[in-house]
Design a protein around this ligand. Structure first.
Ligand SMILES: Nc1nc2c(c(=O)[nH]1)N=C([C@H](O)[C@@H](O)CO)CN2
Length: 127
């Protein structure tokens, strides 16, 4: 399947589990890959036929900059949900990096892959 991607999208947000983290904003970095059949816009050369990476980026920035979760896991899940639900994407791979959170590491974070449809058996009530 073709992809549309957004690489190294930086957003300042309230994130983290420690008291000191609740008083500052930290820069988060998103790498996002979205399944999309790019043959359609390639044939029409029309922006309306694309999965518009500018629209997705703007929505992610708006949401993340107003969020305030403790865990990167929670934020990654919510952003993946928005992309699947609001942009008609069938599959998304999302890497959320928190640079400088751990001394000695350039970045830490999570990578998730989600598909449109039901949550796995057993955790649907939690999500
Ligand atoms: N798997 C995770 N581990 C940790 C997280 C997290 O969100 N997911 N968060 C922290 C702290 O907020 C840390 O980033 C502060 O340096 C620790 N571990």
């Amino acid at each position: 399947m073709d992809k549309v991607f957004i690489e190294a999208l930086e957003v300042d947000a309230l994130i983290g589990i420690y008291d000191w983290e609740r008083r500052i904003r930290q820069t988060l970095v998103f790498d996002i890959e979205m399944a999309f059949d790019n043959r359609v816009p390639a044939a029409s050369d029309a922006i309306e036929d694309t999965l518009n990476y500018k629209d997705v980026s703007r929505r992610v920035v708006d949401y993340v900059s107003q969020s305030g979760f403790g865990l990167v896991e929670t934020l990654a899940e919510r952003v993946a949900e928005i992309i699947l639900d609001e942009f008609g994407v069938s599959q998304v791979r999302l890497k959320l990096s928190k640079p400088g959170a751990v001394r000695g590491a350039r970045a830490v974070g999570v990578i998730i892959e989600r598909s449109a449809g039901r949550a796995p058996e057993g955790i649907s009530g939690l999500l």
